[in-house]
Design a protein around this ligand. Sequence first.
Ligand SMILES: [Zn+2]
Length: 582
Amino acid sequence: MTATAPRQEQLWSRCAGCASLLYRKRLRRNLDVCPECGEHARLGAPERLRQLVDPGSLRLLPDRLPEADPLDFVDALPYPHRLTGARASTGLAEGVVCATATIGGHPVVLAVMDFRFLGGSLGCAVGELITRAAERALDDRTPLVLITASGGARMQEGALSLMQMATVSQAIAALREAGLLTVSVLTDPTYGGVAASFATNTDLVLAESGARMGFAGPRVIRQITGRALPEGFQTADFLLEHGQVDMVVQRRSLRGRLTALLAATHAGRPARPAVPRQEPASHRERLADDGAVVAQPPDPAAEKDAGTPAVRDAWDTVRLARHPGRPTTLDYLDSVFDGFVELHGDRLGADCPAIVGGVARLAGRHVMVIGHQKGHTTAELVARNFGMASPAGHRKALRLMRLAARLGLPVVTLVDTPGADPGVSAEEQGQAAAIAENILTLTVLPTPVLAVITGEGGSGGALALAVADRVLMLENAVYSVISPEGCAAILWPDRSAAPQAARALRLTAPDLRRLGVVDEVVPEPSSAAHDDPAETAHRLRAALLANLLPLLDVPPAMLVRLRRQRFRRFGANRVGARAGLR
Ligand SMILES: [Zn+2]
């Protein structure tokens, strides 16, 4: 894409995407997005800031630095002449504009690169200005938002420009340590040293629609490989598909998306809103949307789970847990939570559709929700790999868990998987190690973790999301080391013994409650969850709140200690005492 760069006096400009001749004012009103084809024209930093920040909130940070030509670099022109020319044509002092502002009422520090200024190249001054912006964010304890547009390092400053990748990254690391959110928004184009540092080592990476990002540019790759590049190579959608970015955002939605993300992450530990005092977790209370405690009549179903054996046969429960109408994680995100913003990708190469995750609100409190996603139709199930996560899915979950901990957000997981993806490529990509890393990380994650087995809790793939402070289970969910069919095939003559195996495995919620694997059974409506999803959602929400709120007041170090104790108690000598199921 070669963006048209119209001068002020031009009334018309030609779209780089569809070649339509567009009235300049109309184009600008449309945020420089072609109304005909949706092409996102490149924006200079001042216009970008104008589009993103709240009116009247912008305060530019100092942009003057001592003149630097460390190498006395001369190509066709001396470097200082190129700088002078760039300043004259852009009206900017350097290739980045930094400012404080608010976006949707949330204070931020912004650094916005301008591709018009020597290709947005990263030199010592640009690196210094972005680093100062990051340091300002640290001082102010506000998030940092970077808008990138760059061809890479600035050649005229040699290895010193390369060093800027480390300088800025170090400043971003300090924000991470402080639990402050960093966001980068990739705009077209973002390449080389910028792509390989602060454009991608932030907490969240958004790609503007139509942006391209990569380490090496397409021309270089074509020259070196001698091969044609795949369709859409390095475009925003390609990046999303390959797990490199959290989301692709249309320009008109960018402000709203940033506002939602800033709102979610402001809610973390540094300034958590006061939790209304209430008695410790009770089934008889739930929080209304406004946070007020509302009395609820005792729930007979919740009471009965204490001792009464399950009325339902275990095999029938297995069938209910697998029912195609059973609410999925995305259903609960819609019915139990508000304002879900999905985050994608493992940053390594893929975005697994069997795991969904992102920030959402639970009764006004921001949480990170991560869950397996199945589907209701065959097509949905196939698209989601039947809720069987690949290593990329586990790594996405891991990334989001760690992000939540850094930002002080509690983690809520919704477990519904037959098991981890057992395919060849999953093995090649290290499925076992990916699950192992999640389990390990969850045992020490310094933020509240609440897990709910909502459908099938299949072996290690389930546990990869279920090492938690509190583990809840819907009444007709199952949780097991192996599927009944798999167990029957190994220990019985054949798979037809699955119903017997289901009974023997003690995989129902009441059984697991007695074994101490599960802390609380969430009762389903009289028939089952799929017959009354709204009532199921209502009950799940109440249970989540009752269990989560007390955890919010526990210091992270103590949470981790208690969580470790919780899982330590499953040692042989400890469980022996609680047998007596038969
Ligand atoms: Zn167009």
